[in-house]
Ligand binder design. Structure first.
Ligand code: ADP
Ligand code: MG
Length: 697
């Protein structure tokens, strides 16, 4: 396989320099290796011939039809010149159109002869149409059987007459010229998992001999990709664990114990207890902790963070907690200060708007160790603060927090502090394994008792009056209400206008209540002021954009109306909804939408009304939109570009790859055994091709 990486495709028989350049430009195929790894995106059963009558306009797949041309016409002028053949099979007819190579094509085809066309059917001006299909004489077509690969192509390639057939020919040539592709995976792995060997898999994926063999080939190739990722990631994690010394924190002392016995306003949930135990164990290993705590909105992550920080204090260290916004940092500060007041912990808040005098005090307190817990925004990182002895850093809602920023924490201290990352973005386990592969993951999968699940309703614009009546009832009962508008583009005048209009309408309809108004274009001070009006309860309604998405805690707010809900992604709706249902009262989330929406959109909104489980929603979101869109998860990215595996749907293979990677590295941590030599080379080549991802610490 390795020599193929060096073979320029222009030397592959039938390609030549011109086509080679085109393939490189259009599909980034440079070498024979790349060509062999340009896998079909689908397969057609070439033994099936469709009736033109049955070929629909919505067919996404390629189909094969058999018939005769009745006529040919050259239409249009200049750049718009095209050749249109009328093709019929007796059941119906279709227009077959060519925009390029018109002359050659016209000369090679004749009316009244049987042809088999292969292409993607469409509709044009009310007629069935096929553009630049593959055309074969009936005899040639009849000699073909079974599954045939359809290769991903671009429009440009198609118009230059480079279609699946060429790929098949070139790839066949390459396959014929090689006796066997040497196996790259460790023999033990192949044997243990009964994987198809590489040589067979490459041949089967291009030229399947049966559907079963094709499936096995695809599984093998997906596994290989995911296995590289897992081995690479695990190896890094293990090395880091070996090397990075961490602060040892064996003691559970006064702070933790007295907080637990006297300050805790409620019992911890079982999940909170379990995660605290996991953290406690990490802190005592002598290695640096890197733990991600995932917990759905409202699952009580703040408390877990606080108790971890108290453990650090008990061992003579300082701790800090960072949040992505001033509002959140402020809320954490208020909550935590109040909770720990009785046990004499010194907590301070540092944000961009902290004054010079206070800042100076904070610096002094951090340097001499009298300040125990610092809470802040990323200002903490930009600030020239130096800790006396920082033992633990907690990062809340990390996807708003750049990885580079995370790394900057290291410089605050001689020895890196333990890191605890908290996220409410419920990432499916399989994705977490890959995206956060170097972090240990804890999950708080239980909500505090007594919470009533939020009732979610889907309402259309026509029902707006009803919705307002409901809001009125909540307000009269003393509750608070969120009204959320999508403002995807802060610079979009139209969107801003509908937001402002919405605000004015609400002020008018509910004119005996104060209404706060928050959006991303406001200055920070204004935003904080407005937000504070709502947090304090002075304003009973908050009209806002998604700036409120993360973390804000107003238990008295029991209703959220989301306008144009169809424009939000599932995970985002879930985050928003998490702002209500934080108190003992029954809460409501009303998704407002136009009546006319696409079927998938309606399904998406209906899923929201039927479940409040963040993980179910995240899985669904990922299946619908692909993992790349899940907010924040790609910030750290995955190390290799995936060619055939799919993070959204190949969860089982990811798990398999993970386990196999563990087994392999347990046995041969640095891949030094002769049996693993080929794999080691393949892995380092894969790493070489990938973007540098050493930035993940
Ligand atoms: P999140 O995980 O979304 O950050 P918070 O930490 O803000 O959640 O907690 C949400 C609310 O639940 C807070 O008001 C908090 O005081 C409360 N809470 C946390 N843990 C418990 C518990 N074990 N029992 C009852 N309420 C709890
Ligand atoms: Mg939180």
């Amino acid at each position: 396989m390795n020599s193929l990486r060096k073979l320029d495709i222009k030397f592959v028989k039938g390609i030549g320099p011109q086509r080679a350049e085109l393939l490189t430009r259009q599909l980034d195929i440079r070498t024979a290796y790349d060509l062999l790894h340009h896998f079909p995106s689908s397969y057609v059963d070439r033994s099936t011939i469709y009736s033109i009558r049955d070929v629909g306009a919505d067919d996404v797949a390629h189909v094969q039809v058999r018939g005769r041309f009745v006529s040919f016409n050259v239409l249009g002028e200049g750049a718009k010149t095209r050749l249109v053949g009328l093709f019929t099979d007796g059941t119906a007819s279709m227009e077959v159109t060519w925009f390029k190579s018109i002359k050659q094509i016209r000369q090679s085809l004749r009316t009244g002869t049987d042809y088999v066309l292969f292409g993607k059917p469409g509709m044009f001006n009310g007629h069935r149409q096929m553009v630049h299909p593959e055309v074969d004489s009936f005899e040639v077509a009849a000699s073909r059987q079974g599954l045939q690969g359809v290769y991903p192509l671009t429009e440009t390639l198609r118009t230059r007459n480079i279609v699946s057939r060429q790929f098949r020919t070139w790839i066949q040539t390459l396959l014929d010229s090689r006796k066997v592709f040497a196996e790259t995976l460790p023999a033990a792995t192949v044997a243990a998992l009964h994987l198809m060997d590489l040589d067979r898999a490459i041949r089967e994926i291009h030229f399947p001999t049966s559907p079963v063999a094709l499936r096995q080939a695809r599984e093998r190739l997906k596994f290989e990709e995911l296995f590289y990722i897992q081995v690479d990631m695990l190896r890094r994690t293990r090395r880091r664990r070996m090397l990075s010394e961490g602060h040892r924190m064996p003691r559970v002392g006064r702070y933790f114990n007295s907080f637990y016995s006297t300050c805790l306003p409620f019992d911890l949930t079982g999940a909170q207890k379990r995660v605290i135990k996991e953290i406690k164990a990490d802190l005592n290993t002598g290695r640096q902790m890197n733990r991600l705590v995932q917990g759905d909105v409202g699952s009580g992550k703040t408390l877990v963070a606080l108790m971890a920080m108290l453990l650090a204090l008990d061992n003579g260290y300082q701790a800090c907690l960072m949040a992505p916004t001033e509002i959140l940092a402020g809320q954490h500060y208020e909550t935590i200060r109040e909770l720990v007041a009785p046990i004499g912990v010194n907590v301070r808040l540092l944000t961009g708007s902290t004054g010079t005098k206070q800042r100076r005090e904070i610096h002094a307190g951090l340097a001499d160790g009298s300040l125990h817990i610092l809470i802040g925004t990323h200002a903490v990182l930009e600030d020239p603060v130096q800790f006396n002895n920082l033992g633990l850093a907690v990062i809340d809602e990390q996807h708003r927090f750049g990885v580079a920023q995370r790394a900057r924490l290291w410089k605050k201290n001689d020895r890196p502090p333990h890191i605890l990352v908290m996220t409410a973005t419920p990432i499916p386990r399989t994705l977490a394994m890959t995206v956060y592969g170097d972090l240990d993951v804890s999950v708080i999968d239980e909500l505090p008792p007594g919470r009533k699940p939020v009732t979610t309703l889907l309402r259309y614009d026509e029902q707006r009056d009803d919705v307002y009546r409901g809001i009125g009832r909540q307000l009269r009962a003393g509750r608070q209400v969120y009204i959320v508008y999508p403002l995807i583009d802060e610079n979009d005048k139209l969107e801003l206008r509908s937001l402002t209009q919405g605000y004015e309408d609400i002020c008018e309809i509910f004119n005996n209540y104060r209404v706060a108004f928050v959006h991303g274009r406001q200055k920070t001070a204004e935003k904080d002021y407005q937000m504070q009006l709502f947090v304090s309860g002075e304003a009973r309604i908050l009209v806002a954009t998604t700036v409120i998405e993360v973390g804000v805690n107003v238990p008295n707010a029991t209703t959220m109306v989301i306008e144009n809900a169809e424009r939000f992604g599932l995970s985002q709706l879930h985050q928003l909804r998490g702002r209500v249902g934080r108190g003992a009262e029954q809460s409501f989330c009303i998704l407002m939408s136009k009546y006319k929406i696409a079927k998938e959109t309606r399904e998406r909104l209906q899923l929201m009304t039927s479940t409040t489980d963040g993980f179910v929603i995240a899985e669904a979101d990922m299946k619908m939109r692909g993992p790349g869109d899940i907010e924040g998860t790609m910030q750290s990215g995955i190390p290799f570009e995936l060619n055939i595996a799919n993070l959204a749907t190949d969860g089982q293979i990811i798990q398999q790859a993970r386990q196999a990677a563990e087994t392999l590295l347990d046995d041969d941590p640095e891949l030094e055994q002769p049996a693993n030599r080929a794999f080691r080379t393949a892995l380092s080549l894969a790493i070489e091709r990938s973007a540098d991802w050493s930035r993940i610490s």
